[in-house]
Design a protein around this ligand. Sequence first.
Ligand SMILES: [Fe+2]
Ligand SMILES: [Fe+2]
Length: 400
Amino acid sequence: MDGFDACLLLLQIVIYYTNSTKWKQRCKSIASRETMTVITNKRDQKEKKVDEEEEEWVSYLSPEKLEVLRYLEPWAEANLLPLLKPVESAWQPSDLLPDPASLGPDGFHAACLDLRARAAELPDAHLVCLVGNMVTEEALPTYQSVPNRFEAVRDLTGADPTAWARWIRGWSAEENRHGDVLSRYMYLSGRVDMCQVDRTVHRLIASGMFLNAARSPYHGFIYVAFQERATAISHGNTARHVGVHGDATLARICGAVMADEKRHEAAYTRVVGKLFECDPDAAVRAFAYMMRRRITMPAALMTDGRDGDLFSHYAAAAEQTGVYTASDYRAIVEHLIRQWGVEELAEGLTGEGRRARDYVCGLPRKIRRMEEKALDRARTRPTEVPFSWIFDRPVSVILT
Ligand SMILES: [Fe+2]
Ligand SMILES: [Fe+2]
């Protein structure tokens, strides 16, 4: 190769390199433009979906939709308020726990020792579920504010004379006993780290809870009806389990709480039943809206300041012990479908309403498949999770 050929070859290499770099850059810029277009389209679609979802529940705040709740106020007076127990006949935490005033110092001491001896037999997994249930109940300030966000029923002054407002206050007053009685039992039992439990309650109330479509009474009452049944099941199962382990005092406490939750469930289920009667299309669409987003437990934001996944761990313990399981979730959906006659709905439904009905009615089948997966998982190795509530002792749970 002479000098000229060498120069020519060098020139060709430079041209090739330059072209290839330019080509690559060009490809890159086309690719990044295309990527940007895809991202923008996806973002637009997502925003459109968010707008549509927002539009969907905000439409429930229209005067016509809220008028239904105002129209139902005399019905609430006659059908809801009687479901509250008069204070004189309602149980109080002091009825279910050793009472120092009536027992005297020695009797009280003996009753406490007896309570502690029975509590000592409770397995840690059940204790964790009990604490989780109690922490949930203790965040009552958050829950009282839930119906007070529902338009047309909320207690505007804090002492409104409307049937809806009196119900909200009466219901909260009954609920207030649940956290109290469980907390006092736990304090006396000596089985749990009360400081860690109290801190969890403190943090949970400070964190609050997230509720989809929070201002719509249609969506909100559906959520509360579901939740009341879920808590009734959870306390009922706990009562059964602790009774088997020989703690009759705790079984009576959980049974009393469960009975309250059942009355509350009856009340909220009735309200939603009336909404189904008055506006079936709106009611079934609200039901589907809530179910598509799943009904999460109100204490989902709980944390003890140590375990970043405390709620999931508590939920796993509940699944494991049978206190509250995926089957219970499915059974609640089936129950509500039956209670509100969703399968029979036909008249007065829009196309969207029919789709909502079909979605809700198909849900139990889908959840059953989840249950089967949960059963498969149950065969996998459990994980040992320490809970600060019980002095960091570990509990075996199956994590999803
Ligand atoms: Fe409760
Ligand atoms: Fe409740």
